[in-house]
Design a binder for this molecule. Structure first.
Ligand SMILES: *Cc1c(COP(=O)(O)O)cnc(C)c1O
Length: 379
């Protein structure tokens, strides 16, 4: 392949496979893993990630909406594909044709799905989303009985599963998560609901890492597959060791010496306090390297940290390499990931968590930002 861009997001598929293996080990063979591959697999690329996981044995995938599910089917991915954001009534025929499993939380889409299923001679199993205190998608628990009663009147659809989502499974205070888990259990045990034997699932990565009693009949990890943690708790790393899958790299395009008192970049927000050697980098906010990183970020050059100086531009930013000998145009720069010095004597790493800290954000957003705006290369 010809290299037409300076910037590249590297995806290490062996790390993805290894993370999946560790997750599988943690939950045990009996509990299926729904691999969350929404948002283009958290920026890692939907199809290469899904194919790798499929080959590793995953048979259940979670996406946001039908378009992504159809892309998986067209790529030959079998097994169950869940649409976590459900469907609109107009999507019903496509959902059925591609054997997608919608998560349902409203009567309209369920009725449309049922009508279409009858027309097509199909019976579609749906998973019902209940809001046990997420304050997001889902039916309130007190409305579940009516909802299931409505469903039983509809030919063409049947309840196959029930799910909920944790808002704070990554919090060090586990009381709320335990209470919500208990609430979910009570719903599952409610004899007035026609849900005995249904697949029940609630655990995201945080719950999977910390609370084995939340596993029920399936788990839904996302961020853990990609080698990041939902919270910066070292204890989590001990419980489930994971390796980052994504790195983000660019190249130096110019090295120059500037004098003391020289303004760098738009607004001259940085003025040199000594004669300075600058490395100009062809990466900026258009590539997901947000302007917010101005005055905060560091990059790796020759296995050492170099501070980014001055305002980050649309396609450029500048690193101070005064203290790093031998930097030249063409040198690799690691924006996220690990880098060894050319002589192998030093090594440094910048994690998605560290960048998230500079951005006042979370590693999830960093992966989506970098991964979905740059050319990806699979290792
Ligand atoms: C994204 C998502 C997950 C995965 O969450 P992680 O924190 O990445 O493990 C699980 N369930 C639902 C409903 C989601 O939207």
């Amino acid at each position: 392949m010809t290299i037409a861009s300076y910037n590249v997001v590297e995806i290490k598929l062996s790390a993805l496979r290894e993370n999946y293996r560790r997750i599988r080990e943690r939950v045990g063979q009996q509990v299926p893993v729904m691999a969350m591959v929404k948002a283009d697999a958290y920026g890692h690329g939907l199809l290469p990630v899904a194919r790798t996981l499929y080959d590793a044995g995953v048979r259940t995938f979670g996406v946001a909406e039908a378009e992504e599910g159809i892309a998986l089917r067209l790529a030959g991915i079998e097994g169950a594909i869940f649409l976590l954001l459900g469907m609109t009534p107009e999507m019903a025929a496509e959902v059925i044709r591609h054997r997608l499993t919608p998560v349902i939380f409203d009567h309209e889409s369920l009725a449309a799905l049922a009508a279409e299923a009858v027309k097509m001679g199909a019976r579609v199993g749906v998973h019902v989303k209940v809001d046990i205190g997420m304050g997001r998608l889902g039916i309130m628990p007190e409305d579940l009985a009516d909802f299931f009663a409505d469903m039983s009147e509809l030919p063409g659809v049947f309840p196959a599963g029930i799910l909920a989502h944790f808002p704070m499974a990554d919090d060090s205070d586990t009381a709320l998560t335990m209470a919500q888990c208990q609430r979910f259990k009570e719903i599952l045990a409610d004899d007035d609901l026609p849900i005995s034997g249904l697949t029940a699932h609630i655990a995201n990565s945080a719950a999977l890492i910390r609370h084995s009693r939340t596993f029920f009949s399936m788990v839904r990890p996302g961020i853990a597959l990609y080698g990041c943690y939902p919270a910066p708790d070292p204890e989590d790393r001990r419980r489930l060791p994971l390796a980052p899958v994504m790195s983000f790299k660019t190249r130096v395009i110019q090295v120059k010496e500037i004098p003391v008192g020289f303004g760098v970049s738009y607004g001259h927000k940085y003025i040199t306090d000594r004669p300075t050697r600058l490395a100009v980098l062809p990466v900026g906010y258009a590539d997901g390297y947000l302007r917010k990183l101005t005055g905060r970020a560091e990059v790796l050059i020759r296995g050492q940290r170099a501070p980014v100086r001055g305002t980050i531009c649309m396609n450029l930013c500048m690193a101070d390499v005064t203290s790093i000998a031998g930097v030249r145009a063409g040198d690799e720069v690691v924006l996220m990931g690990r880098q060894d010095a050319p002589d192998g004597k030093a090594s440094a790493e910048i994690s998605a968590d560290e960048i998230a800290g500079w951005m006042d954000s979370i590693n999830y957003e960093v992966l989506c930002l970098f991964g979905n705006r740059n050319r990806r290369v699979y290792l």
